[in-house]
Design a protein around this ligand. Structure first.
Ligand code: ADP
Length: 175
């Protein structure tokens, strides 16, 4: 992978809702009406107006993404995407990659220059972190090479274990 692309990706451990970026991505469910995990954290941090806006959207199919305002977050936007529930069949990987692609697409359309992703589908939806990390980083880096307007993509991992998987995968490209 080109150094220029690697330099535009960053891995951090912590709460995605606290990041000072233009947009954070929410691993939502198809209703877009909130839930547990990162979804719950995003709604709590953004405030009740986020749910009000989400109610007007009418849900989102797996693999697609929708954008709202960020309300009380530092981020101006929340990009809600619905990851696949992991079943172990080949369609899972395509749907997860689509989440990253469609989120990047919405980011570009809305002038986002810095965006943060959680580990979509890697909580309740059960996607193995190593497989999901490869899909996330490969899909994002491929898009970055064709998307000069996005300056920075932050991968925000909640657990140390997930953080280690991402740093291990990305660092292997610069060795
Ligand atoms: P999904 O239903 O897509 O699996 P989850 O919210 O259950 O979504 O989990 C997705 C990932 O987000 C998990 O790795 C989980 O540890 C992580 N996570 C939970 N809360 C936060 C948060 N506040 N910031 C960043 N990541 C989070």
């Amino acid at each position: 992978m080109k150094k220029e692309i690697l330099n535009r990706m960053k891995v951090v451990q912590g709460d995605i809702t606290q990041l000072d970026v233009d947009a954070i991505v929410n691993a939502a469910n198809k209703t877009l009406l909130g839930g547990g995990g990162v979804d719950g954290a995003v709604h709590r941090a953004a405030g009740p107006q986020l749910l009000e806006e989400c109610k007007t959207i009418g849900g989102c199919p797996t693999g697609e993404a929708r954008i709202t305002k960020g309300y009380n977050l530092k981020a101006r936007h929340v990009i809600h995407t619905v990851g696949p529930v992991y079943k172990g069949d080949p369609a899972d990987a395509e749907k997860l990659a689509a989440c990253y692609r469609n989120s990047m697409e919405l980011a570009v359309e809305n002038g986002v220059r810095a965006i943060a992703f959680p580990a979509i589908s890697c909580g309740v939806y059960g996607y193995p972190i190593k497989d999901a990390c490869k899909i996330a980083v490969d899909t994002v880096s491929e898009r970055l090479s064709r998307t000069p307007s996005i300056e920075k993509v932050v991968f925000a991992l909640f657990s140390k274990g997930d953080y280690d998987v991402y740093t291990g995968y990305i660092n292997a490209f610069s060795d």
